[in-house]
Design a protein around this ligand. Structure first.
Ligand SMILES: *[C@@H]1O[C@H](CO)[C@@H](O)[C@H](O)[C@H]1NC(C)=O
Ligand SMILES: *[C@@H]1O[C@H](CO)[C@@H](O)[C@H](O)[C@H]1NC(C)=O
Ligand SMILES: *[C@@H]1O[C@H](CO)[C@@H](O)[C@H](O)[C@H]1NC(C)=O
Ligand SMILES: *[C@@H]1O[C@H](CO)[C@@H](O)[C@H](O)[C@H]1NC(C)=O
Ligand SMILES: *[C@@H]1O[C@H](CO)[C@@H](O)[C@H](O)[C@H]1NC(C)=O
Length: 401
């Protein structure tokens, strides 16, 4: 073997080159929005907006697309306020501490396609309406507690009594959406196609309409697949908090956040030894459905500008496929075994599945997302799982609360 030895000057030059290359690589990992497995630089924070909903204003020209680096928070500040006539193009994700089960990476990664979607458009008069992209915000437990303590002091006391991370996450997502506006999504929901048209939901017509009687411009709520309400809740439909869109300070969210604390204190506060599965009643879909029914029944004489009579999208729009447990494979047996003690809704659903020969349902072309019901957010399960930083998958905007 021959040994190569470098003269001192060459060695120094190589060393300098190495340092420069490492420096450049580090810089690249900080500015690259896609993230390459390394955490992105933490942006400086600016105050998060809570824009009020006023009379319709002319669309503003708006041009900021900085997602990382020192100006990132700035973009978040302006974002929601720059969309006076639509739900802002912001996706909100939450987790306990910024780390997510590695099994969730594929569904979270599906949202990265939003980085390529430019939602520029021109009005009839040629005025630029949006010149922007979707952005992502992530909220951990600490940020959510801070948000609630600062902006919802009455809610804060009841929030502090919640029995599990699951319950806190249910209430936390409502507070976030109320505060900033945008689209909240669970980590096990996959994006299938461009959701930009959903920012103006009441404008959707014909086959792209979200539901027969959909009539809301300021919010869209998903619903669980029919098998869930029919077999779990003994009702024909149920609202879901896995995918929901809203403007900031929207009146339904205000109604829930204002009235939930008293209701919680009355009905649940004493029952502190709850199971995880009871979260659906305390903070989850069953609670929301009850508040939704009460809110839509109000029919105010002088409704707020963003009051809505119907903000529910059909289940197929966001959650076309049931939890595996209510999938055709098991239901084929259940529909026979339990036939004698089924109620009318259950019998009808079984009949429909039988007509479809208990085949796996296909995701319809019209679906924007599919909810995979992976049940990985329960803290006790998460502890045993391999995790990854969410910031390694998506560029995250933050703002001071
Ligand atoms: C939220 O909306 C209500 C009306 O529903 C309004 O009175 C209030 O000022 C708004 N709050 C903010 C911070 O814009
Ligand atoms: C863009 O503008 C066209 C024509 O005004 C309209 O049909 C279309 O829905 C708009 N797209 C979005 C994403 O707003
Ligand atoms: C839509 O509204 C009409 C009239 O109010 C009502 O008869 C019908 O049942 C509604 N459809 C749905 C799917 O809610
Ligand atoms: C389901 O609801 C119906 C009314 O909607 C009621 O008659 C029935 O008793 C309920 N079944 C159960 C098991 O609670
Ligand atoms: C809904 O309204 C009914 C009747 O007023 C009331 O008993 C119930 O507590 C309300 N539920 C919620 C969640 O506010």
């Amino acid at each position: 073997m021959t040994r190569i030895s470098f003269p001192g000057a060459v060695r120094t030059a190589l060393l300098v080159l190495l340092v420069v290359v490492i420096g450049l690589l580090q810089l690249r990992s900080q500015t690259e929005p896609e993230g390459t497995g390394q955490a992105l630089a933490k942006p400086r924070q600016k105050l998060c907006p809570q824009p009020s909903f006023g009379p319709r204003r002319a669309p503003k020209k708006f041009k900021i697309a900085i997602t990382t680096g020192p100006l990132a928070g700035w973009a978040a500040v302006r974002r929601a306020a720059a969309f006076p006539d639509s739900i802002p193009p912001l996706v909100h994700l939450t987790s306990k501490d910024g780390r997510i089960a590695t099994k969730l990476l594929p569904t979270v990664r599906s949202w990265r396609r939003l980085l390529d979607i430019d939602i520029s458009n021109r009005s009839a008069s040629g005025q630029l309406i949006f010149n922007n992209r979707w952005h992502f915000m992530h909220w951990d437990d600490r940020q959510i507690s801070e948000l609630i303590a600062k902006h919802h002091p009455r809610l804060s006391r009841s929030y502090g009594k919640l029995a599990s991370g699951l319950e806190r996450s249910d209430i936390g997502r409502l507070a976030v959406l109320h505060h900033v506006g945008g689209l909240y999504v669970d980590l096990d929901v996959e994006l299938l196609r461009d959701p930009t048209p959903l920012l103006r939901p009441a404008q959707l017509r014909g086959p792209s309409r979200l539901a027969e009687n959909f009539s809301c411009e300021s919010a869209v709520w998903s619903q669980e697949p029919p098998a869930h309400p029919i077999f779990v809740y003994n009702r024909s439909s149920i609202i879901s908090n896995a995918v929901m869109m809203s403007r900031a300070n929207q009146t339904f969210l205000t109604f829930v956040l204002n009235n939930w604390p008293d209701w919680f204190e009355r009905v649940w506060a004493e029952k502190s030894r709850r199971k995880d599965t009871q979260a659906v009643q305390v903070t989850g879909p069953a609670m929301l459905q009850e508040f939704y029914n009460n809110y839509t029944a109000l029919k105010p004489r002088e409704p707020a500008l963003d009051w809505c009579a119907n903000m529910l999208a059909d289940p197929d729009v966001f959650q076309p496929i049931s939890d595996h447990y209510y999938g055709p494979k098991r239901m084929k047996h259940v529909c026979v075994k339990d036939a004698a003690r089924m109620n009318e809704l259950q019998r009808l659903l079984c009949q429909r599945m039988a007509r479809e020969k208990f085949k796996e349902k296909q995701v319809p072309k019209s679906a924007y997302t599919v909810h995979k019901f992976m049940h990985l957010s329960y803290e006790n399960r998460l502890r045993r799982l391999q995790t990854s930083a969410i910031s390694s998958v998506l560029p995250i905007l933050t703002c001071e609360i």
